[in-house]
Write a protein that binds this ligand. Structure first.
Ligand SMILES: [Zn+2]
Length: 348
């Protein structure tokens, strides 16, 4: 479809589209005659429970304040860690073909992002508060760090569009396991193997070309039902996630909390769109303040901080021993460090 600025989404160059859309919308001021909605108005709608089926779309912008490395940018700590593996390009770690040849780079990422290394920030806890107050219909996240779960948002309120480390699947027999079962392997730089068939076990992160999780289909009912949409910390560049922002009814207020205008907020603005631009956590905290939830948020974060602290001390279950893993295309993965670390497993 053509945007108001006349640029096609795929044909037009982004900078031109954005500037053209801004110029036109600046003069129009959205829909003429209608009062522009503000963040304060949105806070009021939530306080009065006039909106109580809130759908949230979240992206990397809510994770970077927690210190999650941007694994796609060269120069970030994680990318340097991966350089030792000589990966052809960063995206290769999410390609199945590459994974079956060399799963090590992916598991280096897994080790970094396995639940426990990072803590949620105010943005995650704001979403948790929305849930606690019964206002959150669903949170769609593109993040794979699992911080939404750590913040206490139950999995049934979540659609982890790009997957999760919370569960894992054997690449050979397709059995499902809790991600925790393989924590020790991942932490000790071993490629996890299926306890049943010895196949390589892959955390349920969506690789390029893989289907999105079944739960993603919930968008078919969630978005038409939503009465408020938050888009927080995402560039809305990755499809099919990106198009969802346009799937709420036109009467539904859409709130963008992000560094800059993105997606339909830039090129297909509606009169009831609100953009809180700048620092993402700062924007969320401003909203929390307008909602009068600041004290509650402080209490919640303090309580959760103590819980996370206790959680890290728990004992890990004993792990089965594996020597070799069977990888999907039918080759033995023989380069596992386990073979070196366990003298008994060395075969001569
Ligand atoms: Zn298996």
């Amino acid at each position: 479809p053509l945007s108001r600025s006349g640029c096609h989404r795929t044909q037009g160059s982004r900078p031109f589209c954005l500037s053209a859309a801004r110029a036109i919308l600046g003069k129009w001021g959205g829909d003429e005659g209608k009062q522009k909605l503000t963040l304060k108005d949105v806070a009021e709608l939530l306080r009065k429970k006039e909106c109580q089926r809130v759908v949230v779309m979240a992206g990397a912008g809510i994770s970077t304040p927690s210190g999650i490395p941007d694994f796609r940018s060269p120069g970030s700590g994680l990318y340097s860690n991966l350089e030792q593996y000589d990966i052809p390009y960063p995206e290769a770690i999410f390609e199945l073909g590459y994974f079956f040849t060399n799963p090590k780079p992916f598991f280096t990422l897994a080790k970094e992002l396995y639940p426990g290394n990072y803590r949620p920030n105010s943005a995650h806890y704001f979403l948790r508060l929305l849930h606690d107050k019964g206002l959150l219909l669903r949170l769609y996240t593109q993040n794979i760090d699992g911080l939404e779960r750590v913040a206490g948002i139950p999995p049934d309120r979540l659609v982890e569009a790009h997957g999760t480390f919370a569960t894992a699947t054997c690449t050979v027999c397709q059995r499902n396991f809790p991600g925790e079962d393989f924590r020790k392997d991942v932490m000790e730089d071993r490629v996890p193997c299926c306890p049943v068939c010895t196949g390589v076990v892959k955390p349920d992160i969506v690789f390029f070309g893989e289907q999105l999780p079944q739960r993603f289909l919930l968008h078919l009912t969630d978005f038409p039902m939503a009465d408020l949409l938050f888009v927080i910390g995402t560039s809305l560049e990755v499809e099919p996630f990106a198009s969802l922002a346009g799937a709420v009814r036109s009467s539904v207020p859409r709130v963008l909390i992000n560094r800059e205008l993105v997606g339909p907020f830039a090129w297909q603005q509606r009169h009831n769109d609100v953009a809180q631009l700048g620092d993402v956590v700062g924007g969320v905290e401003k909203l929390v303040e307008l909602l009068g939830w600041s004290d509650e948020m402080q209490t919640l974060m303090q309580k959760e901080k103590e819980k996370v602290g206790r959680g890290s001390e728990r004992q890990l279950p004993p792990q089965p021993l594996h020597s070799l893993c069977w990888s999907y295309p039918g080759e033995w993965v023989t380069t596992l460090p386990r073979v070196q670390k366990t003298p008994k497993a060395t075969q001569t």
